[in-house]
Design a protein around this ligand. Sequence first.
Ligand code: ZN
Length: 151
Amino acid sequence: MTPIASAATALGMSRDTSDSDWRALRAAAFAVLERAYAPYSGFRVGAALKARDGREFAACNVENASYPASMCAERAAIAAAIAAGARDLGAIVIATDAAEPVPPCGICRQVLSELAPTIEVMSCTRGGRESRWTISSLLPHPFTPQSLDHS
Ligand code: ZN
């Protein structure tokens, strides 16, 4: 058992994502990072996710001169999966040029929590550093559809 697998087990992850899946997603995330449109922040992000039906989706961040109109790579990848009819999402890899693994932002945590509550999240660096989380560890108290119930 690799140290990563041990950590995943300790965190209660389902471990339904194989090492080869993680490697493929990492490669896809770094490949799509090259297409990022990030002229304002200069912070390029690639995200690749795998649905449990086997399909993979990848997206990059797309910024805009109207800054709030910018879209994160993670949410763009989820939107692509949802648009393709993939609703059972098993794993997502986030790739950046940062020295340390970067977790998803708060908005992406919220979206992942609702649309992919059992997804495994990995962030990786070019230098080979990796961090893995569950969504519940990243966002332990999410706003949910039930939060809208005011009856
Ligand atoms: Zn985000």
